[in-house]
Design a protein around this ligand. Structure first.
Ligand code: PNW
Length: 478
């Protein structure tokens, strides 16, 4: 029996789907072409080039807007089952609002979707991957609760135009990055710094927007269009730094603050934010002199409205941190870290990548998948991103090693812990605009030459490796 078990362990389930992923601002370019409106990443990179490692921007990026035929040919060559891409809100609605629809934007995504489908590739579409129309940011973007209406109007246009062919919808990609980095720490667009306040306002509205669009789809489109809808959150596994009770609790609290906060209201049986998050933010707010908690409260009706609004869960996973408990921080400016009373670090033994936030810890992937199943039940999980960053290179053996180890950890979750993982998307299809790291840090399976006006794509060694896994539907374990 051992032999049979060993074979099974290396084999992906028969219905397992392989794909690869990108996002509009990171690959499309054509930032002001054919009616596209300005978005917050256009504004941020143009206004504050110093915030980007090589002072670059996504004006041209991979020029995927103009290279759609070539890109689909490359995807076809990889043999992927699905391609995950995002729609640029301001390419569809240049002003952000629904009164002006850009016909060229509709045309572009129609062409992409049609070409994918005629090549046997399933489109998986993210509605929002961080690029809010600039017009909406003037009014507070995701800190304004009216965005629930603005997002619903945008989603309606996507369902009306593409829903006949798109069967996988992801409302938001990683609200944590939008909210905590965009409005809290201020390192990502729109670059506001009101940590522990604006980030909580943001997530409150993201969750309501997600639920509104889920209900819109469910009530109006699902019967005829027959698609699935979910959200993608990113989880960093939190490993206790020591086995002390305090650190073990702190690691769990770390996960609830960095992941449960964004996931519980939709996926937890009771809905709402995690109890420990509500308690810690409320207690800290009081100490700081607030007469209310900085974490907004959902009404019982809102909890019910948001709870269960999913058909699947999208997980982005890259890395792990060590977490330890800290005594209450001195009173000063609020922050989510002070609310959580945690400190994070890396073990010096973990292999580095090109990205400062990212070390290689494959077992963290198994643990986080197991944790998700324990907390949210036996839900369908699609890994919507996982991948490795290096500097420009074609013979990317470290990336191959990363995929080998992380896919092996994923198989452990499937076979040892019965986690229902249905698919996996490698981040990324192409080297692309890696946000604050510009074009310095690369995640692609295809190399892109950004100094060449043609943006020539060249397969890396990892492309051949990944292609082989897709072909054989199995992993040769380390
Ligand atoms: C994701 N973390 O962001 C994004 O969805 C992609 O657009 C991005 O290119 C990719 O990962 C690589 O950075 C993340 O700190 C950023 O764990 C940071 C983390 C996770 C995901």
């Amino acid at each position: 029996w051992r032999q049979v078990f060993a074979i099974n362990e290396n084999k992906f389930p028969d219905d397992f789907l392989f794909g690869t992923a990108t996002a509009s601002y990171q690959v499309e370019g054509a930032w002001n072409t054919n009616g596209k409106g300005e978005n917050i990443w256009d504004r941020y990179t143009h206004q504050y080039p110093d915030k980007i490692l090589d002072k670059s921007n996504g004006d041209v990026a991979c020029d995927s807007y103009n290279k759609l035929e070539e890109d689909v040919r490359l995807l076809k060559n990889m043999n992927v089952d699905f391609y995950r891409f995002s729609v640029s809100w301001s390419r569809i609605l240049p002003k952000g609002f629904a009164y002006q629809v850009n016909a060229d934007g509709i045309r572009y995504y129609n062409n992409l979707i049609d070409l994918l489908i005629s090549n046997g590739i399933t489109p998986m579409v993210t509605m929002f991957h961080w690029d809010t129309p600039q017009n909406l940011e003037y009014f507070g973007g995701f800190t304004n609760s009216l965005i629930v209406n603005w997002f619903e109007e945008y989603a309606r246009i996507l369902f009306d135009n593409f829903g006949d062919r798109v069967k996988f919808w992801i409302t938001f990609n990683e609200p944590k990055q939008t909210c905590a980095e965009g409005y809290g720490i201020g390192t990502k667009a729109p670059g506001y710094k009101l940590f522990g306040i604006a980030d909580y306002m943001c997530i409150h509205n993201v969750l309501k927007s997600h639920a509104r669009v889920y209900h819109l789809y469910n009530n109006t489109y699902k019967e005829t269009q027959q698609g699935k809808i979910g959200i993608t959150n990113d989880a960093v596994w939190s490993e206790p730094k020591t086995q002390s009770v305090e650190d073990v609790e702190a690691a769990e609290r770390g996960l609830l603050f960095t992941f449960g906060l964004y996931t519980d209201p939709i996926y937890h049986y009771n809905g709402d934010y995690p109890q420990v998050v509500k308690e810690f933010v409320s207690a800290r707010s009081k100490l700081e002199g607030f007469s209310y908690s900085r974490l907004p409260k959902f009404t019982p009706e809102e909890i019910t409205y948001i709870k269960g609004t999913y058909d699947f869960f999208g997980l982005n996973h890259y890395t792990t941190t060590l977490v330890n408990n800290v005594d209450p921080f001195p009173i000063g400016d609020p922050s989510q870290i002070k609310d959580a009373r945690i400190r994070t670090s890396f073990s010096p033994s973990w292999p580095k990548t090109a990205s400062s936030w990212f070390k290689v810890v494959p077992w963290g992937f198994t643990k986080v998948l197991k944790w998700i199943k324990n907390r949210y039940g036996d839900i369908d999980i699609y890994v919507t991103e996982n991948g490795y960053s290096d500097h420009e290179c074609l013979n990317d053996q470290e990336r191959i090693n990363y995929y080998k180890q992380y896919l092996s950890a994923l198989l452990d979750a499937i076979y040892d812990h019965k986690v229902n993982v249905k698919g996996y998307a490698a981040w990324s299809f192409l080297d692309n605009f890696e946000w604050n790291d510009g074009y310095v840090n690369r995640f692609g399976l295809y190399h892109v030459n950004f100094s060449d006006p043609q943006r020539t794509r060249t397969p890396k060694a990892s492309l051949y490796y990944f292609k082989n896994i897709i072909k054989n539907r199995k992993l040769i374990k380390l």
